[in-house]
Every structure is written in structure tokens, then in C-alpha cells.
Design a protein around this ligand. Structure first.
Ligand SMILES: [Zn+2]
Length: 589
């Protein structure tokens, strides 16, 4: 342990000295960096036992905020936000890959980039649709900037920012410990900062959606191979800069066990495709590997070795789950019986500091076989509520339950304590003693937990249960901020917001004329659902003529219907009363 502290101090000393030099970029030897990082991981067990103080020490160092030079014309901003932002200086103009989650940070990064080159930015690439890669774009946009992403970005963007925004925001904030008191915010594995607020910066939607597997683009004299490589997301791209032997990995590689499943909730992250995508990066045999999170690598052998380990680990988990599933094992059994192969324990990049093996096993099972574990008893399991009531009957009384909870806490069986508290909370929803014990059990779990995002999640929920924190998840939006979101995305977001009770027995057909673009849409309410079409339905009993931005504002709950009508931005022909009825059927976020 002493040796480790000395190493970290030595490293900090070197970094601090480097940052005092005239040169605005740090030319830190990556081999040295990587070796030192490895040395801090002398053994998996030791790492786990010391993780509580390691999280802050490691992340403070690991994401030292600065601009790092990779080759003569390529730089990466690390440690500003959750994700990195990368600059390629081209001939007459520049290219930026990923833009962080915050326009404030992006503005700060742009200022630093301008010290290197003040040429206009001709292209921005979003490696995928997670907010930490596109949300901060605005300060990077110049007059003629094109914004590139893969065509599958459209679905990723829609799912996260419309369809599932309320729940992903709620769970995401727990994962990142966003509402925790500052002194308890200890990072989240991929970086120390999540610079997020509920003031939405202007959305900069891609102007070019690339199609197919591979696109070769030459921008400002820089030729890039842009490859669709599903992994952490289905819309992920990796970028190969052949002339400089650089692969930009997006989030398909970072120096953490990959988040094959994320606890804030995600559609299936296809584990098979992910390791195949890592193979695509290996095939380029690059000298440099620049991830969108954390440090970069600059040695052919090191890159090759680490990518190989990474893909092997993903394949190992994938194959393990499949092998076990085929023998009839349930996800619980697969998690319970998993044994870490030796190479997992030895490799720095496989530390479960972001993703976790247990979640990944469940993810693979669920991705291939769905929720049902194959046991008849679990076809229609008792709800948590009914089970809790039944178990409470066996326990007999609240006093007995409290005794059991306290015993579990004393025995350090914190998961069991939390489960008993859940039973208590269902039977006595307003009981403060149970709430406090529940909160305490989760807090104890957070102390034992070695994975930062799981720790944040336990702790956030612990603080919410006894109302030490009350998250406010309200977004502040203006029409201007959502101007670039495609109108079809706005329409597609409407059906799940339909209140089926209000729509009961209703049959309403509405046509929409977008007065500024001429686009047409229709919404048909029937059988308690809303069907969206891209034409005006025959026999539409209501025709709405409206400006695109006004309609977006109305749907996002930022424009008032009455003022839209009185200002003439929205007009309705046909059955006006029915339109009023129709417009109250949709819930806001
Ligand atoms: Zn990311």
C-alpha cells in the first residue's frame, strides 16, 4: 500500500510539473502512465479492499484535466467533462470528435483548442447518441459546420431523449450520484465530473447521417474511415485516421470493465457485436488508440494487447452465459456460480469500475432469452407487494421484523437487511423507523460496493428514502433549444404519452399541416392508442395548421396552446371542441 501511495504521489508530482511548462499540452509518456496504472493494481483483492480511498485518488489522477497531444495535429481534451473531446487540425479547417455533455465545458475546451489552432470547425462527429458525446456541441458550431453521426443515431437519440427521457433521467442521476451532497460525490468510474444541469443547451442534431457499414470521408485534407461498430450502443461509430495510425474508439473501449449493461437502463447491448467491434479496431493495428473516456494509448503492441484482453473478456462473459443457459441455468445461478478467470484478475482494464460482470451475465441472458428464466414457477411470479405481505404474515409482527432487520445489520448481511426493509416498507409505508433502517441498509451496501456507479445508486436511493435528498428532475427548455430536433421525432414521442383512460371509447382523427415546411402528419386515436402517420388521414375531422417550432413547444410543454392560437401560429379547422378534448389526452413529461 505504501508503495502504491508513493507511486501515485510521484506521478502527481510529475503531472503537476508538466502542467507548469510553457507548452499548453502535456507530453506525458503514455507507457509510463500505463505501467504506473498497472502498478496501482497489484492484486484484484487488494484493489477491492482499498477501493474506497482509491476511487477518489485514482480518478483525480486518472482524469487530470488538460489537453493532451497525440500526434502533430491531433489533441484530446481529457478530464473536462464525463467524456473527452478530440481535435484534429486539418488543412484550412478542423474536425472535432465528441463534444462532452455541457456547452459550458465545450466552450472552455474550444478556447483551449483555439490556442492550438483557430481555424473554423468544418466537421463534428458524434461517436454515438449518449448525452456526454453530443449535448455540449453548440460552442463548436461555426457557420458551415457539418455534424456527422451514423443513421442509427436517430433511434438512439429518440429513445433516450424522448421515449424514455423521464425514467432514464431519474435512474441516470442516481447512477451518477448527481443529487448526493457534494462531499459524497466520489466519481463514477469513467470520470470524476458529470457536468450536467437541467438547462438544456441548444440541441445540435446531426446534419449528416452516414449510411451503411463504412464511409471514407476526406475533410480538410484529413481522410477518415468512419465505421459503424455496434457495441456500447447500436449507433456507435469508430473512426480510423489511417495517415496517423489512430483509432478513435468512441465508447467501445475505455480502461474499465465495459458497461455491457448499465443500471440506469438500456436496450440490449449486444455483447457479441461488441467484441466483434473491438476486433475491427484490432484489425487496423493502430499505433494510437484514443477513447472517448480516459487516457489514450500510444504503442502498437500495448494497443493490440489491451484490445485483445478487452474483447476476450467480453467474449468470455458472453460464452459463459450462453453455455450455462444451454444447460438450463437461470441468470441467478449463472451470477452465483461465476468464477473469475485468471486473466480478469490480472488486467487493469478489466477492473469492474464502470461495468460489472454480474450485470453483464444477466444482460446476455436477457438479451438472448428475455425475462423468463425457464422455470414454470417464475412464469407469473407473485408481485413484490403480495410476496411481502405473505412473508410478513410468517414473520408475525412488526417487532419480529425489526429484530430480524437489526440482526441482519449486525451480521453484516446488508442485502438481506435491505430486502427485509422492503417487506417492512410495503407493510408499513409511512413508518419512519423502517425507512431509516432501509436507508441505513442501502448505505451499508454502498460502503461495501466497489463499483462507483452501483455505490452512487445505493447511496442516492438511501438518501431519497429518508428524504435527505428530493431530486428535482424538471428540465428547462425553450423552443429555440429544441429547434433542431426533427419534427417526426416529436410526433413519434406522442403515443406513449397518451392517457388511455381519457382516450377510452374515443375515435378521433387529426391531420397536421406544418405551415413552414409543408410536411404533413396524422394522429388517429382508437382502441386507447394513438397511431402516427406521415400524411393527412382520410376523413380527418380536425385539421391543424401550425408552425413546426410551435408544435414542438406544445408537445414538450413549453408553449401554451391558447397563446399559440391567439398569436395565429396555430389554427384549427373542423370540430374545435373535439380538438380541445384531443389535446388534453396527452401527458407531459
Ligand atoms: Zn460515454
Amino acid at each position: 500500500m505504501h508503495y502504491k501511495i508513493i507511486q501515485i504521489l510521484l506521478l502527481c508530482f510529475i503531472i503537476l510539473n508538466c502542467s507548469k511548462t510553457e507548452d499548453k499540452t502535456i507530453q506525458l509518456s503514455q507507457e509510463f502512465l500505463v505501467d504506473s496504472l498497472k502498478a496501482t493494481n497489484t492484486s484484484f483483492e487488494e484493489w477491492f479492499s482499498k477501493v474506497d480511498d482509491q476511487i477518489s485518488v485514482d480518478d483525480d489522477y486518472y482524469f487530470e484535466k488538460d489537453i493532451y497531444q497525440i500526434v502533430d495535429n491531433v489533441y484530446v481534451a481529457i478530464g473536462y467533462g464525463l467524456a473527452n473531446s478530440i481535435l484534429i487540425v486539418g488543412d484550412g479547417s478542423n474536425i472535432v470528435i465528441d463534444v462532452t455533455e455541457s456547452d459550458v465545458l465545450a466552450a472552455e475546451i474550444r478556447e483551449r483548442f483555439e490556442e492550438i489552432s483557430d481555424q473554423p470547425i468544418e466537421a463534428i462527429f458524434y461517436t454515438h447518441s449518449h448525452v456526454d458525446h453530443w449535448r455540449g456541441a453548440f460552442p463548436f458550431v461555426d457557420e458551415n459546420t457539418e455534424v456527422y453521426a451514423h443513421e442509427t443515431f436517430k433511434k438512439g437519440f429518440y429513445d433516450q431523449n424522448n421515449l424514455l427521457k423521464p425514467i432514464l433521467t431519474e435512474r441516470g442521476m442516481k447512477q451518477f450520484g448527481f443529487f448526493l451532497p457534494k462531499e459524497l460525490q466520489r466519481g463514477h468510474g469513467l470520470g470524476f465530473t458529470l457536468d450536467f444541469d437541467f438547462e438544456q443547451p441548444p440541441v445540435v442534431y446531426p446534419t449528416v447521417l452516414l449510411e451503411g457499414k463504412k464511409n471514407i470521408l476526406t475533410i480538410a485534407g484529413v481522410t477518415l474511415e468512419v465505421v459503424h461498430s455496434p457495441g456500447e450502443t447500436d449507433d456507435q461509430i469508430i473512426i480510423y485516421y489511417k495517415d496517423k495510425e489512430i483509432v478513435f474508439s468512441g465508447d467501445n473501449y475505455y480502461m474499465r470493465f465495459p458497461n455491457l449493461y448499465t443500471i440506469r437502463g438500456t436496450s440490449y447491448r449486444d455483447t457479441y457485436k461488441w467484441y466483434k467491434s473491438v476486433d475491427e479496431m484490432r484489425a487496423y493495428n493502430p499505433t494510437y488508440l484514443v477513447s472517448s473516456h480516459g487516457p489514450f494509448l500510444s504503442n502498437k503492441k500495448e494497443v493490440q494487447d489491451r484490445l485483445t484482453i478487452y474483447r476476450d473478456a467480453i467474449q468470455y462473459v458472453h460464452d459463459y452465459a450462453i453455455r450455462g443457459a444451454n444447460k438450463g441455468k437461470t441468470p441467478d445461478e449463472l451470477v452465483e456460480e461465476f468464477e473469475y478467470p485468471k486473466f480478469f484478475k490480472e488486467n487493469f482494464d478489466l477492473r469492474e469500475q464502470y461495468g460489472k460482470v454480474s450485470w453483464s451475465i444477466r444482460n446476455v441472458y436477457n438479451g438472448y432469452l428475455g425475462f423468463f428464466d425457464g422455470k414454470a414457477v417464475n412464469l407469473e411470479p407473485l408481485s413484490t407487494k403480495v410476496r411481502s405481505k405473505n412473508i410478513f404474515k410468517i414473520i408475525g409482527s412488526k417487532d419480529n421484523l425489526l429484530t430480524l432487520i437489526n440482526e441482519a445489520l449486525e451480521n453484516k448481511e446488508f442485502q438481506w437487511a435491505a430486502e427485509l426493509c422492503q417487506i417492512g416498507a410495503i407493510n408499513f409505508p409511512n413508518d419512519n423507523e423502517i425507512k431509516n433502517l432501509y436507508s441505513l441498509s442501502l448505505e451499508e451496501l454502498s460502503k461495501e460496493e466497489t463499483n462507483p456507479i452501483a455505490r452512487n445508486y445505493y447511496l442516492s436511493e438511501a438518501y431519497e428514502i429518508n428524504e435527505q435528498i428530493i431530486p428535482d428532475l424538471t428540465f428547462n427548455l425553450t423552443e429555440d433549444q429544441i429547434r433542431q430536433i426533427p419534427i417526426e421525432t416529436i410526433f413519434e414521442a406522442m403515443p406513449p404519452r397518451l392517457n388511455p383512460v381519457k382516450a377510452n371509447n374515443k375515435f378521433i382523427t387529426v391531420g397536421f399541416n406544418m405551415s413552414d415546411t409543408g410536411e404533413k402528419f396524422g394522429i388517429i386515436i382508437r382502441n386507447n392508442i394513438a397511431e402516427i402517420v406521415d400524411y393527412i388521414p382520410e376523413n380527418a375531422e380536425i385539421i391543424v395548421t401550425v408552425e413546426t417550432s410551435t408544435w414542438k413547444g406544445l408537445i414538450m410543454g413549453i408553449t401554451d396552446a391558447k397563446s399559440a392560437i391567439t398569436s395565429g401560429k396555430l389554427s384549427v379547422s373542423g370540430n374545435y371542441l373535439k380538438f380541445i378534448q384531443f389535446s388534453t389526452m396527452f401527458e407531459k413529461d
